[in-house]
Design a protein around this ligand. Structure first.
Ligand SMILES: *Cc1c(COP(=O)(O)O)cnc(C)c1O
Length: 386
């Protein structure tokens, strides 16, 4: 068939391998809330985004099984055709309530949500401002618009204001998009200051709360910390992390949600989520809404870890240990694996050049003793080594 195609792939892979940037899939079997089997070894995982361990929760599994038995494995079509089974409306109502919004729309995934919402709202004459450390699918969504994309320095509201000052008047509409919790750094967006800028320049603020829902603001997310009223017009997030299953969502005003259902291509032209997945998310939201103290546990564990290592106090369940080179980071990850911990090395292009890191994530079920031992190994055998 095509020799040039195989040759192209081989050459690319060889080049990536030489730079320590080739990626491979490792078979990983979840065995319980925090443990995994990998390469025949049982490891305590500090790399999973299942912050509340809900993917393994008996009641949530049961909800998924019951819905599957009752309504089938798949939804069979796009929600606008015949895929809109009754569990969607229930989940959307619960999401809107949790997020303090008028309405919600559930998507196939977080990636599909971002790549659909941004181009559905921003046209060729409009502008989008994106925080430089935003998730890849925010960039992908911005690129899919035919509008002008500006990137502002990470969490630098002054820089964002300069951009809006210079360009806002040239565009009928403007949008500001950022992670609410940054996925590779664990820090938070300055939401109040961003909302002020959005008000001053009539720009629409969207936060991606993939790592905020379920764990911050009593489980309601990064736009609700310390009980503050929501000031984010477009609260986007995923059901795939603390919620324990799969899917994406947008919470916003009712007309915005109606417009998304009418015009968003990743909503219209993609099959609705399976009933079991929607039922599981619904049960997970119930559990989180009932128990904000449980939702606070992952951050508590992350804070204990940062105190132990004298790092800046964790703001979310994600703590980066930036080691610099790919080589040093891979070596550290291997050392931890030998000690029974799974902590994945994160390399460019997921993070900027020269900022390869261990990304440590904490969940409700992590044992305090395991956390202390992990911190001790990082302190004495990784950070102190060249
Ligand atoms: C994981 C993640 C997504 C993608 O969500 P999926 O539901 O996994 O597609 C989007 N944004 C951020 C910030 C993420 O961390």
């Amino acid at each position: 068939m095509s020799d040039s195609l195989n040759q192209f792939a081989d050459e690319k892979l060889t080049a990536l391998e030489q730079q320590n940037l080739k990626r491979t899939l490792a078979e990983t079997e979840r065995v319980g809330p925090i443990e995994v089997m990998r390469g025949g070894k049982r490891l305590v995982s500090f790399s999973c985004n299942d912050y509340l361990n809900l993917s393994q929760h008996p009641d949530i599994k049961k909800a998924a099984i019951e819905a599957t038995e009752r309504l089938g494995v798949g939804s069979g079509a796009s929600r606008l055709v015949t895929g809109n089974h009754p569990l969607f409306a229930e989940l959307e109502k619960k999401l809107a309530k949790l997020k303090g919004a008028e309405a919600a729309c559930v998507f196939g995934s977080g990636y599909l949500a971002n790549t659909g919402i941004i181009p559905a709202l921003i046209g060729a004459d409009d502008m989008v401002c994106v925080d430089e450390l935003s998730h890849a699918c925010i960039y992908a969504g911005a690129k899919l618009t035919s509008g002008t994309v500006h990137v502002f320095r990470h969490n630098d509201v002054g820089h964002l204001r300069e951009i809006l000052e210079a360009h806002r008047k040239d565009h009928p509409h403007a949008m500001i998009v950022t992670d609410g919790v940054f996925s590779m750094d664990g820090d938070l967006a300055p939401i109040a200051a961003l909302a002020d800028a959005a008000d001053d320049f009539d720009a629409w603020l969207m936060t991606d709360d993939a790592h905020g829902i379920g764990v911050l603001g009593g489980g309601r997310g990064s736009s609700h910390i310390n009980g503050s009223a929501n000031r984010v017009a477009l609260q986007m997030g995923t059901l795939s992390k603390a919620i324990g299953g799969y899917g994406g969502y947008l919470c916003a005003g009712k007309s915005v949600i109606d417009l998304i259902r009418t015009r968003c291509r990743t909503f219209i032209y993609s099959t609705g989520l399976p009933p079991g997945v929607v039922a599981a998310a619904s049960a997970a939201i119930d559990l989180i809404a009932r128990d904000p103290e449980f939702a606070a546990l992952p951050l508590k564990k992350a804070k204990a870890f940062t105190h132990f290592l004298d790092l800046p106090e964790a703001e979310s369940p994600i703590v980066p240990i930036i080691l610099g080179t790919e080589e040093r980071t891979l070596k550290a990850s291997k050392l931890l694996e030998d000690e029974g911990f799974l902590v994945i090395a994160i390399r460019p292009p997921t993070v900027p050049e020269g900022q390869a890191r261990l990304r440590v994530t904490f969940t409700a079920a992590h044992d305090d003793e395991d956390i202390a031992r992990l911190a001790d190994i990082i302190k004495t055998r990784i950070l102190s080594a060249p």
